[in-house]
Design a binder for this molecule. Structure first.
Ligand code: ZN
Ligand code: ZN
Length: 414
């Protein structure tokens, strides 16, 4: 057990949290500005008791690690905005996993605007890691002054809501969720895809444009992808072939399906190269809408396929994995359709051998299902996402779609 610091050992919960920042020999934190309220402590330090009554974020991070670097950049912006709007009610304490003291000093002193646990205090850093079950970095734990509503996914909240998430109370977060839900309920194709300068999307037709209003009533796939992204380059041809099969099937019916490319390309050339391979529509490259949509649908990685129903509402965000699992059968991607396909898959799986030798792996593979040894995976054969049924070699972490298994024909030699 960590000993409480004598100078801050009162019984209120916030003080208990604050004691986590201290050690037996230290009642201060590093401060980059050197602003000290008390002259009896040396510059660039601040007494831990100064954090009393503040909302405190504990930031576990390492400057050598790219995901931390990009989050730190955002967090600095948000931190400064919060400070500007709400005064000094909020503070962040950095818990460093930097490689050595030099690295820590360079990064921390040159650009982090918040407080830090001294780099050499391994014991306190370890205790904080254990106390909040930190499993990966970047990690931002947010504590209220009264010790209630400990937030463990501060990184996620900052990415999603930025400064809007402040003051990180349960009430505020409920409010944000409600607002978001209402926004999605008001969602239409037109408010997603148009802006005051533009009411069309790009097409390969002679006029090069298709009005968004003409797409109303269709099932629409929003395809987030980019030319520089290898998984996208692999997935696009597959999606093209399935798109064409779905279109072919629908010619007889009163329904229609369209895909719109939402590009994350770096420049016009990349965009043109990419779009020219695609038989569908695209949002113009030089437009703010692709960025807005990426945020709105909380797209974390590409390629990603969001499906909108004929009413313009979101049907599923899992278009990519549904395409991988069910190909053209996935259309129209609705819950009812997926349920039916899942049932069918369970039914089909009954006829699959429980063990299989696959030409791509040297060990025998075992048939697993969701919740029974299986779960979401990346297929080692086609490199695409999978879930539900799979063949697996647990020792090697090797897993493939059932449809990707290429059985080895066993010869009866020996
Ligand atoms: Zn596969
Ligand atoms: Zn194996």
């Amino acid at each position: 057990m960590k000993q409480q610091l004598s100078s801050i050992n009162t019984t209120s919960p916030e003080i208990k949290y604050l004691s986590l920042f201290a050690s037996d020999h230290r009642d201060f934190l590093l401060s980059p500005t050197g602003a000290q309220p008390n002259l009896d402590i040396s510059p660039f330090q601040i007494k831990i008791s100064e954090l009393e009554d503040k909302i405190v974020g504990i930031y576990f991070s390492a400057n050598w690690y790219p995901p931390c670097q990009s989050f730190t950049k955002l967090l600095i912006e948000v931190y400064e905005q919060i400070k500007e709007k709400n005064g000094s009610n909020f503070e962040i304490v950095f818990v460093s996993s930097d490689e050595d003291l030099n690295a820590f000093n360079n990064y921390y002193q040159s650009y982090m605007p918040w407080l830090a646990i001294p780099f050499s205090d391994l014991e306190t850093k370890k205790a904080l890691n254990n106390k909040f079950d930190v499993e990966g970095i970047p990690c931002l734990i947010i504590l209220q002054p009264d010790g209630t509503n400990i937030i463990h996914d501060g990184v996620e909240l900052i990415y999603r809501y930025g400064v809007e998430a402040y003051p990180f109370t349960k009430e505020r977060l409920d409010e944000l969720l409600k607002e978001e839900k209402e926004k999605h309920e008001r969602q239409t194709l037109s408010n997603l895809l148009t802006n005051h300068d533009r009411d069309f999307v790009l097409a390969h037709s002679t006029s090069n444009e298709v009005s968004v209003s003409s797409l109303t009533g269709k099932t629409i796939g929003l395809y987030f992808s980019a030319q520089w992204c290898l998984p996208s380059l692999k997935f696009t041809p597959k999606l093209i072939s399935i798109y064409q099969k779905i279109k072919q099937k629908l010619t007889q019916q009163q329904e229609d399906f369209e895909i719109i490319y939402i590009s994350s390309d770096h420049d016009d050339l990349e965009f043109d190269t990419s779009f020219n391979t695609m038989p569908w529509l695209a949002l113009p490259f030089r437009d703010s809408t692709p960025k807005d949509l990426t945020k709105y649908f909380d797209i974390r990685g590409i390629p990603s396929l969001i499906i909108l129903g004929p009413d313009g509402k979101t049907v599923t965000k899992n278009g990519r994995s549904l395409i991988n699992l069910y190909e053209e059968e996935a259309y129209p991607f609705t819950e009812a359709r997926v349920e039916l396909l899942e049932k069918q898959m369970d039914e089909d799986a009954k006829n699959l051998p429980s063990m299989e030798l696959h030409s791509g792996h040297r060990h025998q593979l075992t048939l697993v299902s969701q919740g029974n040894g299986g779960g979401p995976f990346i297929c080692c054969d086609c490199d695409e996402q999978g879930s539900g049924w799979a063949y697996q070699c647990i020792d090697c972490g090797y897993e493939v779609h059932t449809k990707c298994v290429k059985p080895v024909v066993q010869t009866s030699s020996g």
